[in-house]
Design a protein around this ligand. Structure first.
Ligand code: UDP
Ligand code: MG
Length: 311
């Protein structure tokens, strides 16, 4: 039994186009014996301000496989998706999350289900090209992936939130109780059998992107700060490097002080204290940061391990 989970924010234009496509794909997969006839779609309405909810009610009335939940207000894509996944956990064998705009090729689901049936618990949808994204979107998106990696956040390159998760993976996801949710970082941490399906990313079927640059930047910063304490370690290393430089500067200052005839009074002591104290302060902040990093990890109370099998 497959559940297709769709986060929707102001998608009144896209849903009437994408839901029929997904429903006929379910029909096709059912006919091929890939999924059960009880498979369904769950839309997670993220506090839309347009007629999205009315559109969903209409579809639900026409086809009982279309279900929906509605969040009380707009919480953002990650939370809408998480709410949808939590809703279907225990109510399906596997769930596939996909955006409402069908930029991610729905036909890749067929391969995802095949890989699930062959034993994968998580199947990532990875874009083989971004021809249809604007040049700006493409370069900024790639820059974000690289930046995240440098900052210590491991994600799957060119994978957004189009993926299949088995019910077992959904249950493990449910054990992550943190409030700052960045699914692309958490899912790889779950572990289990994973595989990848590649597809071409298309243009939006209708409506416009709900992810302008500001939201992308916020998502990226959220991703890094909710996953990695590495930026704090960098403060420590900067302090260490500054301290080494201080030793070089000290030699230069002392040599000038003793052997140069025209240096300003007070210059040597100022130089030494600025460099010396500066590096000490950076090192101290870095050490404090290491402890804060530990607190950060403890506070998240993530599951420390997950048992996959017992015999
Ligand atoms: N979305 C959401 N809440 C938001 C913003 C977006 O649920 O606050 C949904 C949106 O309806 C879509 C998906 O997240 O199904 C991805 O958004 P979009 O296609 O606009 O992003 P892009 O593909 O341009 O990065
Ligand atoms: Mg999109």
């Amino acid at each position: 039994m497959l559940a297709i989970v769709i986060p929707c924010y102001n998608e009144e234009e896209a849903l009437p186009l994408s839901l029929p496509v997904l429903l006929s794909l379910l029909d096709e997969m059912t006919a091929d014996g890939l999924v059960a006839a009880s498979s369904y779609i769950l839309c997670s309405n993220d506090g839309s301000r347009d007629a999205t909810w009315a559109v969903l009610r209409r579809f639900h009335a026409a086809d009982s496989r279309v279900h929906a939940i509605s969040l009380a207000h707009n919480r953002g894509h990650q939370y809408a998706l998480l709410a949808g996944l939590a809703e279907v956990a225990g109510q399906c064998d596997a769930a596939i999350s996909i955006d409402a705009d069908l930029q991610d090729d729905p036909r890749a689901m067929i391969e995802m289900v095949r890989l699930y049936r062959a034993g994968s618990d998580i199947v990532y949808g990875v874009r083989s090209s971004r021809k249809t994204d604007t040049m700006f979107k493409r370069t900024t998106a790639h820059a974000f992936y690289k930046f995240q990696r440098v900052m210590g956040l491991e994600t799957v390159y060119d994978h957004a939130d189009y993926r299949l998760m088995s019910n077992f993976a959904l249950e493990l996801l449910g054990q992550y109780r943190e409030s700052n949710i960045f699914l692309r970082g958490i899912v790889p941490q779950i572990g289990l059998e994973t595989s990848v399906v590649t597809y071409e990313r298309a243009a939006r079927v209708a409506g416009e992107s709900k992810y302008p640059l500001a939201k992308m930047l916020a998502l990226s910063i959220d991703g890094i700060t909710s996953f990695s304490a590495r930026p704090m370690r960098w403060i420590f290393f900067t302090g260490l490097i500054t301290f080494l430089l201080t030793l070089v500067v000290a030699v230069y200052v002392l040599v000038s002080y003793f052997f140069s005839s025209h240096i300003n009074p007070g210059w040597a002591s100022m130089m030494l204290s600025v460099w010396g104290l500066g590096s000490l302060i950076l090192i101290s902040i870095g050490i404090t940061g290491e402890y804060i990093g530990k607190i950060f990890v403890e506070v998240k109370a993530r599951p420390r391990y997950a048992i996959k099998e017992r015999i």
